[in-house]
Design a protein around this ligand. Structure first.
Ligand SMILES: *[C@@H]1O[C@H](CO)[C@@H](O)[C@H](O)[C@H]1NC(C)=O
Ligand SMILES: *[C@@H]1O[C@H](CO)[C@@H](O)[C@H](O)[C@H]1NC(C)=O
Ligand SMILES: *[C@@H]1O[C@H](CO)[C@@H](O)[C@H](O)[C@H]1NC(C)=O
Ligand SMILES: *[C@@H]1O[C@H](CO)[C@@H](O)[C@H](O)[C@H]1NC(C)=O
Ligand SMILES: *[C@@H]1O[C@H](CO)[C@@H](O)[C@H](O)[C@H]1NC(C)=O
Ligand SMILES: *[C@@H]1O[C@H](CO)[C@@H](O)[C@H](O)[C@H]1NC(C)=O
Length: 583
């Protein structure tokens, strides 16, 4: 005890020599949350002998180098454009320093615990401990908490500490202070659902460039999208191409519904065109009648049914949503990073509000950085921006009425997709979430476009959003009145969850052409679209009200707005910018 006290005096270097480094280290608070999340109640101390599977995320050695490489390979004007990194090159950037690795190993061994690196890059260690051991190791107080609505329980602590000398080496320990967010499904069926107005005749399409039949004003089908966005309908033919669609929270993609969808809306495609299924951590995709999910059906029908022959993979994780959506994102991105080849496109129609007092900020940063790793390998990572206008994924904006940014849309290394509506005069869908991160600073690729918007905005909403943060969304596409087949019948569905798969299909088709010509795939899309605004159709009407405000307006200035981003796609213009016209 005396020795422990002496060790706490940094000036007594002579005394410190006698202290083994971790025998009685000075513990520093590493993460702390202000209280129990509103949707949980404390059930009491966790059983001391209960086992916890903790993960230790080490500080990645050269993440800034990875970020630089990501921009170099994704920016059309850069000499390294399209020269994507290999798995090993990406891993070399995120491998922790030797000093970090050995310090963390020594610390854990000094507690007679076993530790193993669980990621190829060595930036994640796993640590199986009892609650008692975890409490001692981390000066924590693990308790059992129960979620009000689902009754699911989670063992968590409201704070934990690390030896001071390890803080520069450890990003965070997980799961500790992050509670599983179970109710954060992104976009939902029925949101802004229109009555089913579908008439079979609507399938026919105009030959005229950039126009679509009047029926598309209210009922959006693949043909409407092809007409409006000049998307080719000829089959893609590259086998070495892929779009991955992620699914969570009991959402299953139904093959019979997809087939029915193709018969009704893509009679030119084989009705047996389907997707492959990939399970992560016990993810399932049951096909029984009545098991389909509106979200998963939408995502699969508007990728398979719009990308015309591009191979589509449906990835399902954590079927019951027990681990929470952040852990689902983490597991999915880690799974993809461990694969020898990553998909060319990944689309996700789920998200949550980026609340720094609810979520572990280091965890959000780690997940965001994992998307940068995917991008550096040439994957386009798309996320729906959220369906609550400036309130994002939150139910309310709190007493301060501050706008609520969405995650992962707020991550600068993903492409965030908002929604539009209307074909004659395409404008912002009012639910299209957009805004500014409170965690991630504005990346340089959007500096010019976003400052232009902020200059025009002036003092409006000053203090309700963080003007220095990463602005989202980046792009948009139609998101109201999409016709899908669910449980065998046609219904309308909407939300930014519709817009993200549309973009996935467009990038998938561009990749098909690029691969066919031996050119690099699209990869991380943002540097290209901000460098080439002419590749998109600027949307200059509409706004995204929320939090008791009118929201941001798309009309105040041409160019970027945090409702529709840089605009909606025009396939022919994207082709031109990618150099596909030239050969
Ligand atoms: C934990 O301890 C309790 C009470 O001592 C005992 O009943 C239980 O079997 C133990 N559980 C495990 C996993 O060892
Ligand atoms: C949660 O537990 C309560 C009390 O046991 C029960 O009434 C309720 O139905 C349970 N809810 C769920 C979703 O299981
Ligand atoms: C669409 O129109 C533009 C000019 O308005 C033209 O450059 C482009 O080639 C046309 N695309 C198609 C698919 O006809
Ligand atoms: C398929 O594409 C991946 C990149 O997405 C590339 O690494 C691989 O070499 C390609 N395989 C073939 C057979 O072209
Ligand atoms: C399908 O039908 C079942 C009942 O037959 C219902 O519970 C489910 O919500 C329906 N799913 C969809 C996507 O319509
Ligand atoms: C605003 O965003 C920056 C990152 O761009 C962050 O460092 C800062 O803490 C944020 N401010 C508030 C009040 O959240």
């Amino acid at each position: 005890m005396v020795q422990a006290t002496l060790c706490l005096f940094p000036l007594l270097t002579v005394v410190q020599v006698y202290c083994s480094p971790f025998a009685s280290p000075k513990m520093h608070m590493h993460e702390k949350r202000s209280g129990i999340p509103a949707e949980f109640i404390a059930m009491g101390a966790a059983a001391p002998n209960e086992t916890l599977s903790l993960r230790v995320a080490l500080i990645q050695g050269k993440f800034s180098g990875l970020e630089e490489s990501l921009y170099a390979v994704s920016t059309p004007s850069s000499p390294s454009y399209g020269k994507f990194l290999t798995k090993e090159e990406v891993e070399a950037f995120v491998t922790p320093s030797d000093a970090a690795t050995s310090a963390v190993q020594a610390w854990i061994k000094s507690h007679n615990l076993n530790v193993a690196a669980v990621s190829p890059a060595g930036d994640w260690f796993s640590l199986d401990v009892t609650v008692q051991q975890a409490n001692e190791l981390l000066s924590a107080d693990f308790k059992t908490y129960q979620h009000h609505d689902t009754n699911l329980t989670a063992v968590r602590t409201l704070s934990y500490s690390l030896p001071a000398e390890l803080q520069p080496h450890i990003a965070f320990v997980h799961p500790t202070v992050s509670f599983p967010r179970t109710l954060s499904r992104a976009s939902h069926r029925g949101f802004r659902q229109l009555p089913n107005l579908f008439v079979p005749g609507a399938v026919g399409h105009n030959k005229k460039n950039g126009t679509a039949p009047d029926s598309c004003e209210q009922q959006v089908t693949p043909v409407c999208l092809q007409d409006l966005y000049n998307i080719p309908r000829t089959p893609a033919n590259q086998k070495n191409n892929s779009i991955a669609v992620t699914g969570f929270l009991n959402e299953y993609a139904n093959e019979a519904d997809l087939s029915e969808f193709l018969i009704k809306f893509r009679p030119d495609m084989p009705a047996d065109t389907t997707f492959t299924f990939e399970s992560i951590n016990g993810g399932v995709n049951p096909q029984g009648s009545g098991t389909a999910g509106g979200e998963a059906n939408l995502d699969v029908q508007y990728t398979v049914g719009l990308s015309t022959g591009v191979p589509v993979q449906f990835i399902s994780e954590d079927p019951n949503g027990e681990k929470g959506i952040l852990d689902d994102f983490l597991a999915t991105v880690q799974f993809l990073l461990n694969e020898p080849t990553t998909p060319n496109v990944v689309t996700t129609s789920y998200g949550l509000s980026e609340t720094s007092d609810e979520e572990s900020v280091p965890l959000l940063i780690n997940i965001c950085n994992a998307f940068a790793q995917l991008g550096a390998r040439g994957t386009t990572v798309l996320f729906a921006s959220g369906d609550g206008g400036v309130a994002g994924y939150s139910d309310d904006c709190g007493s301060d009425s501050n706008f609520s940014p969405s995650f992962p849309s707020s991550c600068p290394f993903v492409t965030s997709v908002g929604s539009t509506t209307g074909i004659k005069q395409e404008q912002a869908a009012s639910f299209s979430s957009g805004g500014f991160s409170n965690i991630f600073p504005r990346p340089s690729y959007q500096e010019k476009a976003v400052s232009n918007y902020l200059d025009s905005l002036g003092d409006t909403y000053s203090g309700r959003f963080n003007a220095s943060g990463r602005a989202f969304p980046d792009v948009s596409a139609l998101g109201i009145g999409l016709q899908i087949v669910a449980n065998g019948s046609i219904e309308a569905i909407g939300g930014t969850s519709a817009s993200s798969p549309i973009w996935a299909s467009i990038v998938g088709l561009l990749n098909d052409e690029l691969i066919g010509k031996g050119m690099p795939v699209v990869g991380f899309l943002n540097p290209l679209i901000y460098e080439h605004p002419e590749a998109l159709k600027d949307i200059t009407l509409g706004s995204n009200p929320g939090c008791g405000s009118d929201g941001f307006s798309a009309a105040i200035v041409p160019g970027y707005d945090p409702v529709t981003g840089m605009g909606s796609p025009r396939y022919d213009r994207l082709r031109a910018v990618l150099g596909l016209d030239e050969s």
